[in-house]
Design a protein around this ligand. Structure first.
Ligand SMILES: [Zn+2]
Length: 110
């Protein structure tokens, strides 16, 4: 049994309305709202570009992880944004730092 694999954010979940979302986040059963999720490739809301930190609900599908080519595990993370958009992305697509979210894909050099 391994402990300490908690949240990536600051370690300590804050006791806010987020708390209810966090309780749900670790439920083994997919909440109904996750069915409407659309794929995000940026780890932000596809509609309004908000980060998952702004999301009002979250659910991590950690009960069904997928092993990647380099033997890491990833799982689907579902978020319901403040704007009601539901989206998901793979856990290993999360940007390393929340402050790098301004950094968009600028690989397009000709
Ligand atoms: Zn949004």
């Amino acid at each position: 049994m391994r402990k300490g694999e908690g949240l990536d954010y600051n370690g300590k979940p804050q006791v806010t309305k987020w708390y209810n979302g966090m309780m749900e986040a670790f439920s083994p059963i997919a909440p109904q709202w996750t069915r409407e999720a659309v794929r995000s490739f940026t780890f932000t809301c596809p509609r309004c570009n908000a980060s998952p930190r702004e999301a009002k609900r979250a659910w991590l599908n950690r009960y069904a992880p997928v092993t990647t080519e380099d033997n890491r595990r990833k799982w689907q993370e579902f978020y319901m944004c403040e704007c009601e958009q539901v989206w998901w992305a793979w856990s290993n697509e999360r940007p390393p730092s929340p402050f790098s979210s301004r950094h968009k894909n600028t690989d397009e050099s000709d």
